[in-house]
Ligand binder design. Structure first.
Ligand SMILES: [Zn+2]
Length: 271
C-alpha cells in the first residue's frame, strides 16, 4: 500500500479532477454515485496519505477521497486512449490529461468521499490504528511499552491493525523469521534482546518491502500504479517456502494453519 501511495504522490498530487465515471454498483456503496461524483469533479488533489491499509487523497475542497483496495482492487494510471480493461469500476480524468482508474474483479474494494471530521466514524478502524514504522519511526522503548500491554501471540499481534498498521499475513511471517521468533510466543515470554530483535525486524522488513515495491503472489492482485507486480516476493525468507531450505540454518520451512491463515516458519531457528 505504501508503494501505491508513493506512486500516487508522484503522479496525481497537484492534478485537478475534470470528470469521474462510475460503473458497477459495489465500488461506491456508502453514498450515491451522484454524490460521489459531485464531490470529486472540479476538486484538486492536494496530497495523499496512507493510514494502515487505507489511502486518503486530500482534496482542495477540504474533503477526503478514501480508497480501500481490500484483496482485489487495483489503481492504475492510464491515458484516455488506453483500452479500458474488464472490471474497471471508476475512471477519473484530470484536467491536465491522464486518468486514474480503479479496477476490481471481486468488488471487495471501495471508494468514498468524506470529511476529516467524519473520517474516523466512517472507518472506525482508523480511530485506533497502531504504530506505522514506515510512516513514523518510533523508539524501541516505546515499542516495548506497547508490546508488553498485549497478551496475544506474536503472529496475530503483528497482524492486529490496532497494534501495527498495515501488516498482513505475508509480512508477519517475514518479520518473525527475520527476528528468529516463533509465531506462538507471547510478548511476556520475550527477553529484552528478543524484543530488540523483533523491533529491528519490523523496521527492516517493512522498509525492504517498500524498496522492492511490495509482494505480488499468484493469488493476489497487487500491482503498482503502472500495473507492474512487486518484487519483494523474490526475497521472501519464510512465506510460501514450505519444504524449502531455511536461508539461515538449511532446515526445511514448515507450514502450519493458525486461525484461517497459513503460517510459514523455520521450526529450527525460530525459537
Ligand atoms: Zn532456520
Amino acid at each position: 500500500m505504501e508503494t501505491i501511495r508513493r506512486g500516487l504522490e508522484r503522479e496525481v498530487v497537484g492534478k485537478r479532477v475534470k470528470t469521474v465515471q462510475v460503473t458497477g454498483t459495489r465500488t461506491i456503496r456508502r453514498q450515491t454515485k451522484k454524490v460521489f461524483i459531485s464531490k470529486l469533479e472540479g476538486a484538486k488533489i492536494n496530497g495523499v496519505e496512507r493510514r494502515g491499509k487505507y489511502l486518503l487523497l486530500k482534496l482542495d475542497t477540504g474533503d477526503i477521497l478514501v480508497i480501500h483496495l481490500r484483496m482485489s482492487g487495483q489503481l492504475l494510471r492510464a491515458q484516455a486512449k488506453d483500452a479500458v480493461v474488464k472490471h474497471t469500476h471508476m475512471v477519473m480524468t484530470f484536467t491536465q490529461g491522464g486518468q486514474l482508474r480503479f479496477v476490481d474483479p471481486r468488488t471487495f474494494g471501495e471508494l468514498f468521499v468524506t470529511t476529516p471530521e467524519e473520517l474516523t466514524s466512517d472507518v472506525t478502524e482508523l480511530a485506533d490504528l497502531g504504530m506505522d514504522p514506515v510512516d513514523e519511526p518510533q523508539s524501541w522503548v516505546k515499542f516495548r511499552e506497547q508490546l508488553m500491554r498485549r497478551t496475544t501471540k506474536l503472529k496475530p499481534l503483528l497482524m492486529d491493525q490496532s497494534f501495527l498498521a498495515g501488516v498482513g499475513n505475508i509480512y508477519s511471517d517475514e518479520i518473525l523469521w527475520e527476528a528468529g521468533l516463533r509465531h506462538d510466543r507471547t510478548p511476556q515470554s520475550l527477553s529484552t534482546m528478543e524484543v530488540r530483535r523483533l523491533y529491528r525486524a519490523i523496521v527492516e522488513v517493512l522498509h525492504e518491502a517498500v524498496k522492492h515495491r511490495g509482494s505480488t503472489l499468484s493469488d493476489e492482485q497487487y500491482v503498482d500504479l503502472h500495473g507492474k507486480p512487486g518484487e519483494f516476493q523474490l526475497l521472501h525468507q519464510a512465506y510460501a517456502r514450505e519444504g524449502q531450505a531455511c536461508r539461515r540454518c538449511r532446515s526445511p520451512i514448515a507450514r502450519e494453519k493458525v486461525g484461517q491463515r497459513s503460517t510459514f516458519y523455520c521450526p529450527n531457528c525460530q525459537i
